[in-house]
Design a protein around this ligand. Structure first.
Ligand code: 5GP
Ligand code: MN
Length: 329
């Protein structure tokens, strides 16, 4: 880890113009890590551009620096180096980044076990609860000042990716770093209030429609899989953007006896984004990898072409195979 940090610090020292990027469909860790690192670079007097292909969900717009994020790279560059955070595959960093001719040295800072090490320097630690933890480590290693604004971003990254410190990823290190970030100015209740007590009413209207699609499938005594689906028509009826459905998949996993929850989100003509959540007995990152996606053991996803029923059947089959392969704990 230290040698890779040393190389990244060298890149930091040598460069002036940096790009910071994260994945499409950004959530708390992607946005918090992106903004935390961007603000740290700016604090050093560097020119740092933060790019996300997709909009920032309303719930995360309060994060310091959020308004400075750009959604196109047209006319920008060249960059001395690019920091990619919380992303396992280059193609998930957005079209403009993939097409960018001069990203400079690419530093890949991530915690996905499925990361394919697309960077020139790869700081990939699956043991980290969030990319935000690694950005914290990097700031420490590079002696970058963690201001209150940076602390809020990195705290949100760790808080959201550990499911509010409920997941097995909530290691002593995650608690220690989160504690330090609170000492540096992140306020737990202020963050909770803004992220978890601030949903638009349309989220509940959408949820009502989504819950009516619930299907719980028995798996021959080996646990169950529960599925939910959300269609473009439901988004239209609720007047909601696609990110308003973030987290709905947890309602499927949260059912007694269910090992794996799945959410199928229609994203175009015969195209679905599939989100999988496991209680631990099935490695859904492995399942997702077989469909061209990735993620973590307990939270993973992919995009698939086809009709809803066909995709559902294929995913259920893949999970069934894993449940009966003796992988259940
Ligand atoms: P979500 O279901 O919330 O979109 O994503 C859960 C986890 O799976 C995240 O860690 C995310 O990065 C990963 N993931 C989701 N969709 C994809 C995908 O299409 N490809 C890859 N490689 N990972 C994904
Ligand atoms: Mn993450």
């Amino acid at each position: 880890m230290d040698r890779r940090f040393d190389k990244a610090i060298e890149v930091l020292k040598r460069g002036k113009r940096f790009l910071v990027v994260s994945h499409v469909g950004p959530e708390g860790d992607a946005i918090g890590s992106l903004l935390g690192l961007t603000l740290a670079l700016r604090g050093l007097g560097k020119d740092a551009t933060a790019y996300l292909e997709d909009r920032i969900p309303d719930l995360f717009k309060f994060l310091p620096g959020a308004r400075t994020v750009v959604h196109t790279l047209e006319g920008l560059g060249p960059f001395d180096a690019t920091f990619a955070v919380d992303c396992g595959q280059k193609d998930r960093l957005g079209r403009d980044f993939v097409n960018l001719k001069d990203p400079g040295c690419v530093v890949n800072i991530d915690h996905h076990a499925t990361n394919d090490c697309f960077g020139d320097i790869n700081i990939v630690e699956p043991g980290a609860s969030a990319a935000g933890e690694l950005v914290y480590d990097f700031c420490k290693a590079a002696s970058l000042e963690i201001t209150r604004d940076i602390a809020v971003n990195l705290y949100v990254a760790i808080h959201t990716d550990t499911g509010s410190f409920r997941y097995s990823s909530a290691t002593p290190e995650a608690f220690i770093k989160a504690g330090e970030l609170v000492r540096l100015g992140a306020e737990p209740w202020d963050v909770s209030r803004r992220v978890y007590e601030n949903y638009p009413a349309k989220r509940y209207r959408l949820l009502a429609m989504v819950l009516s699609t619930l299907d719980v499938i028995e798996m021959k005594g080996d646990g169950r899989i529960a599925t939910l689906s959300v269609t473009l028509d439901m988004f239209r009826k609720a007047g909601a953007e696609k990110d308003v459905a973030d987290g709905f998949v947890n309602y499927a996993r949260g059912i007694e006896g269910v090992e794996v929850g799945a959410l199928f989100r229609e994203c175009g003509a015969l195209e679905y984004k599939v989100s999988l959540r496991s209680k631990g007995g099935v490695d859904v990152a492995e399942v997702s990898r077989t469909f061209g996606g990735g993620g973590h053991r307990n939270a993973a996803g992919f995009t698939m072409k086809g009709g809803l029923e066909e995709i559902k059947a294929r995913v259920i089959d893949a999970v069934r195979g894993r449940l009966t392969n003796g992988q259940k704990v």
